[in-house]
Design a protein around this ligand. Structure first.
Ligand SMILES: NC(=O)C1=CN([C@@H]2O[C@H](COP(=O)(O)OP(=O)(O)OC[C@H]3O[C@@H](n4cnc5c(N)ncnc54)[C@H](OP(=O)(O)O)[C@@H]3O)[C@@H](O)[C@H]2O)C=CC1
Ligand SMILES: O=C(CO)COP(=O)(O)O
Length: 334
């Protein structure tokens, strides 16, 4: 690539985070192929330069962004493939793409969830299924809600990879007027923490829906941080600073922000909605709903004590009432 040529990116996904990422990347010298699954959405963006279904105030720059609905077209000539579809649907979204289509490219996962049928991190799945080498994979993490990106509120991202090159370049591509992105070398720690903070936000929402107050929630979140530490230190021991924004910051924003899908979903459950009616009430996906099952099953072999994760699992998958599960949990917190 010549020095002043734009970096060629593919963004996979038409939801709020994909739309926000397209906006951030468009601040830099890039050329984006943006894949959406709905033809009507793609046509609308082409004509009116905004996504009709998510973050519709965000203006899409037609000089930098080309929309398409064919995944193989979207991959053509791209240097970086950015995945921004909930984990449960990423295999669907990539239907039609083959290992060969990933050759020579970097993969950037913006997904904070696990592949449900395999209880596997998205980056491991990409490596295993599409043969992408680990050093060409990175994740986008950090406390950052798409809605605040749309409003250009100052935000911070952490780009984690196992080798320095991928994360460093992607961090540069995401740094702009209102976003500061930095690289980090703890891809597994960051990815697992991001998956788990969604489950904790569900727990916060559930307790909020049940009428617990801020005092309880502060204790819940502190205990949750200890659970996350126990889990990631067991699965992938490494010297890491869990008070950094990629870990603690993301836990806090998801647990407390009214923008959080996971907190909102939990709050509906706490107020007595069934899983199905809560899902219908929200137009967006709460990753924690799928993730809690994956983490619960994955943890069978490790048996890391995680009473908060277990309480959420019992409520969502074992029909334990939110009130009873939280009554039991509150005796275990300190
Ligand atoms: N939103 C945020 O602020 C942030 C989100 N993330 C992560 O980004 C990822 C994407 O989440 P987000 O953008 O918020 O999700 P949204 O709920 O905003 O959008 C969901 C997306 O999934 C698509 N989808 C739904 N069902 C299917 C299916 N069966 N097959 C293919 N695609 C499907 C939807 O397509 P359609 O519209 O056509 O139904 C839509 O593009 C998640 O892992 C989330 O944790 C990370 C950081 C911030
Ligand atoms: O990861 C996020 C913010 O950093 C988004 O969390 P929610 O999916 O709960 O909105």
């Amino acid at each position: 690539m010549k020095p002043h040529e734009p970096t060629r990116l593919t963004v996979v996904g038409g939801g709020s985070w994909a739309t926000a990422l397209v906006k951030i990347f468009s601040e830099n010298n890039v050329s984006i192929r943006w894949w959406l699954r709905q033809q009507a959405d793609a046509d609308h963006i082409r004509k009116y330069h905004h996504n009709p279904s998510y973050l519709s105030d965000v203006q899409i720059n037609p000089r930098k962004v080309r929309v398409c609905t064919s995944i193989r077209d979207a991959f053509r000539n791209s240097d970086y493939i950015v995945l921004a579809v909930p984990a449960a649907f990423i295999a669907d979204a990539l239907t039609g793409a083959r290992s060969k289509d990933f050759e020579g490219k970097h993969v950037v996962s913006a997904i904070k969830g696990m592949i449900p049928e395999r209880n596997q991190l998205v980056t491991d799945w990409v490596e295993e299924v599409y043969g992408v080498p680990a050093e060409r994979i990175c994740v986008i993490a950090g406390p950052c809600h798409a809605e605040e990106v749309a409003l250009e509120k100052q935000s911070y991202l952490t780009i984690a990879s196992s080798g320095p090159d991928c994360a460093g370049t992607v961090a540069q591509l995401l740094t702009c007027r209102f976003v500061q992105a930095s690289p980090l070398d703890d891809i597994y720690g960051v990815e697992y923490s991001a998956v788990m903070k969604n489950i904790v936000a569900l727990a916060c929402g559930i307790t909020h829906g049940l009428g617990y107050g801020d005092n309880f929630q502060a204790v819940l979140v502190s205990n949750a941080m200890q659970e996350i530490r126990r889990f990631v230190d067991t699965i992938y021991p490494k010297l890491r600073d869990l008070s950094a924004s990629a870990y603690l910051g993301d836990l806090l924003v998801t647990a407390y922000s009214p923008f959080s899908r996971n907190r909102t979903f939990g709050s509906l459950i706490g107020r007595g909605y069934s899983v199905q009616s809560a899902q219908m009430e929200m137009n967006m996906i709460a990753e924690g709903y799928y993730a809690v099952k994956s983490i619960h099953e994955f943890n069978q072999q490790y048996q890391v004590p995680m009473p908060i994760i277990e309480a959420v699992y019992n409520i969502l998958y074992e029909k334990v009432s939110p009130g009873a599960a939280m009554n039991r949990l509150k005796m275990l917190l300190k």
